[in-house]
Design a protein. Structure first.
Length: 264
C-alpha cells in the first residue's frame, strides 16, 4: 500500500470508521474485485471477495455499493448477493436496490439513433460480439486481439465514434482499459459517487475503490469527502488517495474495514 495524498491521515480514517454508526463502501467491479479475462463473463471475483462482502453486511453499519460500467444484471450474476447489494450499472445509468428494485435511464431519441448506427456498423464489420450495448453507452472491447487486429479495430471504432460525437453532441468518446466507449454525457461514476454521498445530511466515513480511467471521475467526486483507492498492479497518474496492489492489498483493506466495523 502507498499513500498518495499527503493530507490523508489513514489512522484517523480507521478511527472514524470504528466509531461511526454508518459508513459507505463503493466498489468498482472489473479490475478491482475481479481480474480481467478475455471473455467478459468469465471475470469472476477473487475467491474470497463474496465471503468478505457477506461478512461486512453481517457486521452491519456498512452500505456496500458496486459501481460498474457493466449492466447491473451482469454484476449481480457474477458477484452474487443479489438481494443484499446496491448496484449501479452502465456508469450510473442503472441502479438496482437491495431486494431488486430498479431505476434505469431513458435515452433521448437522437442518442438512441446514434447507438443504432454503432450496432449496425458492428454487425457489418463482424465484431458484434465485441460491442457491449448498455443504457447510455456502447463499449467496444479489444482484449484478446493480436496487436495488428486490435490496431485496425481501434482505428475504425474511433473514427466511427468520433463521427457520432460530431453528429450528436450529447455523446462523447472515452477510453478504458481494453477498449473505447461511446457514452452519453453526464453518465460517469463520479456522478454516481456524488449522488450516493449527497443522500446523507452528514457524510459518513466513505471510500471508493477502482482501477480504470473511468474510475477517475469517482476519485474526483470523493475527494475531500472520503478516500479514493486505486486498485492496480502498476501505479499511474491518478486522483486517488491510496494505491493498493491486488489481490492481497485489496484483501487487507477490506479485512481492515471489517475489523473496524466489528470493533465498533
Amino acid at each position: 500500500m502507498k499513500i498518495l495524498n499527503s493530507d490523508l491521515d489513514l489512522e484517523a480514517f480507521w478511527g472514524r470508521l470504528s466509531s461511526s454508526g454508518e459508513s459507505v463502501l463503493m466498489l468498482d467491479y472489473d479490475g478491482t474485485l475481479a481480474p480481467f479475462t478475455e471473455n467478459r463473463m468469465d471475470a469472476v471475483p477473487y475467491s474470497w471477495v463474496p465471503k468478505l462482502l457477506e461478512l461486512l453486511l453481517e457486521a452491519g453499519g456498512t452500505r456496500i455499493v458496486l459501481i460498474s460500467g457493466r449492466r447491473v444484471e451482469e454484476v449481480a450474476e457474477l458477484v452474487g448477493l443479489r438481494d443484499r447489494l446496491e448496484i449501479w450499472g452502465a456508469h450510473g445509468m442503472e441502479r438496482m436496490f437491495p431486494g431488486g428494485g430498479m431505476e434505469r435511464h431513458r435515452e433521448p431519441e437522437g442518442v438512441a439513433r446514434a447507438f443504432g448506427v454503432v450496432e449496425e456498423w458492428a454487425g457489418h464489420m463482424g465484431v458484434g460480439e465485441r460491442l457491449e450495448r448498455k443504457p447510455g453507452c456502447a463499449a467496444l472491447h479489444f482484449r484478446g486481439l493480436d496487436p495488428e487486429a486490435r490496431a485496425r479495430l481501434e482505428s475504425s471504432g474511433e473514427r466511427l465514434f468520433n463521427r457520432m460525437t460530431e453528429a450528436e453532441p450529447r455523446l462523447s468518446l472515452h477510453p478504458f482499459d481494453g477498449g473505447i466507449e461511446l457514452r452519453e454525457n453526464g453518465c460517469n461514476k463520479g456522478d454516481a459517487v456524488a449522488t450516493i454521498l449527497d443522500e446523507y445530511h452528514v457524510t459518513p466515513p466513505a471510500a471508493f475503490l477502482g482501477d480504470d480511467l473511468t474510475d477517475e471521475d469517482g476519485f474526483g467526486a470523493i475527494k475531500g469527502r472520503g478516500v479514493g483507492v486505486l486498485v492496480r498492479r502498476r501505479l499511474r497518474r491518478t486522483k486517488a488517495d491510496i494505491w493498493l496492489v491486488p489481490p492481497e492489498e485489496l484483501r487487507w483493506f477490506l479485512a481492515a474495514w471489517l475489523q473496524c466495523r466489528k470493533g465498533k
